[in-house]
Design a protein around this ligand. Structure first.
Ligand SMILES: [Zn+2]
Length: 136
């Protein structure tokens, strides 16, 4: 993932809230997600890629990634959304990942980011305890 992409954008989600959901708790191991983030961060440094973590308050699952229409909060059980603004049907996670990429790239002022030499991957991920100091 890191070697094939110039920029990796992660979303800083709130794990403690998500693991209250029984189904999710089974799937999400906080340790695993923290580990994943640490690994991605180390690899992006090694390969000199851009690593961006976006704020958990960005409404990435509440906005159409095509037209920007805001449909607001939707229950986690809703997996696809038909946009009232443009009529596009979105997979919930795919739409969120496009929004994560938009926000992440928008936050990156490095020239390497704006030249976009290679594709960008967005991954929704989680971490509560790693300090965000120095990142914006
Ligand atoms: Zn739309």
């Amino acid at each position: 993932m890191v070697s094939e992409n110039q920029t990796i954008v992660l979303e800083d989600l709130k794990v403690s809230g998500m693991v209250k959901n029984r189904k999710l708790a089974r799937v999400i191991s906080q340790q695993g997600w923290r580990e994943f983030r640490a690994l991605v961060e180390a690899k992006t440094e090694k390969y000199e890629r851009n690593f961006v973590v976006i704020n958990r308050w960005e409404p990435t699952s509440q906005v159409c990634s095509d037209c920007g229409y805001k449909w607001g909060k939707i229950d986690l059980s809703v997996r696809s959304v038909l946009c009232l603004g443009c009529g596009t049907e979105h997979d919930r996670d795919q739409n969120a990942s496009v929004n994560i990429e938009k926000v992440g790239i928008g936050h990156c002022h490095d020239y390497k980011c704006t030249s976009r030499q290679s594709k960008t991957i967005s991954v929704a991920s989680v971490n509560v305890s790693v300090s965000e100091a120095g990142r914006s």
